[in-house]
Write a protein that binds this ligand. Structure first.
Ligand code: KG4
Ligand code: ZN
Length: 351
């Protein structure tokens, strides 16, 4: 079967076509992402109505490109992100998908964006049958510009949110700290780039006098808080008169390490507490190379009891291929609803 997927929840317009064979093997026929970064750059953040307008403009073009690259196949199922995300943007994708479903007489399935970030990891499995009961429970960390959640996944459609950020998301923290340091937008990749240039002593990549806090790192719950970290960067930055490149590099490395420390500590604590067999990472922040490296090292040090799944960096950030994979699994669980009933839901939760 061939699945066409649409993603418009934030500032990336995505259309992908995924083929799933009878023996349940995945082949990616196309995965087109049109980023609005240049549009939002001058504002240093995403403006929902501007993003909506861009989606409306881009979606037909991105669809055309995706179909052409896939050699215009016959589509059997359409999957669309219906939340969580920016409501005006979500509606563009949902309405576009409904029109296609009607025109092509093809079933439509709604996909949760957070689940899509989780399910993109299944692409790495050669066969879906490889995903067995023994892989569960899985502990998922979804970290993006809009979300920071720890989710216990007991089965393909059984979720429990264990904890989440009480204020800023981890990606939002990177973006805001980058702004304070006068770096470009989006901030995550900029912080990562400068941090990689920083000359740090070989003690786990940290300076002897790590000056930034690791908010909530030792609390018993599974929640996060990143706004205090941003405030600490702001206060530290005010004291610095000469903002040299070296200063920006070191501060970037500090911010990155503070976020990584908290994410790893809390994720591993939850994995231990719930006896997770698999740790699944997803969301834009997991494109961060240092985070990937340190997560892998720490999970490896636990021995072979836990497997770690991290999507390739280009599939960590928003794309429609992840929506196609999640849509496939959802359809397999008979979660198809009438296309007329599908609505955009800005605050959709995974439970
Ligand atoms: O998943 P995503 O593309 O969109 C949302 O659903 O929010 O995530 C975007 C977020 C941004 O905050 C961006 O700064 C962050 O992911 N990000 C990174 C990196 N690449 C993207 N953060 C840290 N390091 C990166 N390499
Ligand atoms: Zn996302």
């Amino acid at each position: 079967m061939k699945i066409l997927a649409i993603e418009t929840s934030c500032d990336d317009t995505g259309v992908a076509i995924l083929e799933v064979s009878k023996t349940a093997k995945f082949s990616v026929l196309s995965n087109i992402v049109s980023s609005q970064v240049e549009v939002h750059k001058k504002y240093g953040g995403v403006y929902p109505f501007l993003a909506k307008r861009e989606h409306q403009k881009n979606l037909p073009l991105v669809l055309k490109k995706a179909l052409k690259q896939a050699k215009n196949p016959k589509i059997d199922l359409i999957a669309v992100t219906n939340g969580p995300g920016l409501e005006p943007c979500l509606w563009v994708g949902v309405n576009f998908a409904k029109d296609l479903a009607k025109k092509w007489h093809v079933p439509l399935i709604d996909v949760n964006h957070i689940k899509a970030h989780i399910f993109v990891n299944m692409l790495g499995k050669k066969k879906i049958e490889e995903l067995k009961k023994k892989d569960f429970p899985a502990l998922c960390l979804v970290v993006s510009g809009g979300h920071t959640q720890l989710i216990l996944m007991k089965g393909l459609e059984k979720y429990q949110i264990l904890g989440e950020t009480r204020d800023d998301a981890a990606g939002e923290c990177f973006d805001k700290c980058a702004k304070i340091l006068g770096l470009g937008y989006p901030g995550g990749p900029e912080i990562a780039r400068l941090a990689a240039e920083a000359r740090l002593p070989p003690n786990g990549g940290r300076r002897a006098s790590a000056q930034l806090p690791r908010p909530m790192i030792n609390t018993k719950d599974y929640d996060f808080s990143f706004s205090g970290l941003k405030t600490a960067v702001l206060y530290a930055d005010r004291k610095v008169k000469n903002k040299t490149l070296k200063y920006k590099q070191q501060m970037s490395a500090e911010v990155q390490q503070a976020v990584i420390d908290v994410l790893i500590k809390k994720t591993l604590k939850a994995a231990r507490d719930f006896k997770a067999k698999t740790i699944i990472l997803g969301g834009g922040v997991t494109a961060n190379q240092e985070l990937r490296k340190q997560f892998s090292e720490r999970v490896q040090s636990l021995g072979a009891r836990v497997q770690l799944l991290i999507p390739p960096a280009n599939l960590s950030t928003d794309n429609a291929l992840m929506v196609a994979v999640a849509g496939y699994f959802r359809a397999k669980q008979n979660k198809l609803s009438k296309w007329q009933d599908i609505e955009a839901k800005a605050n959709l939760r995974v439970e």
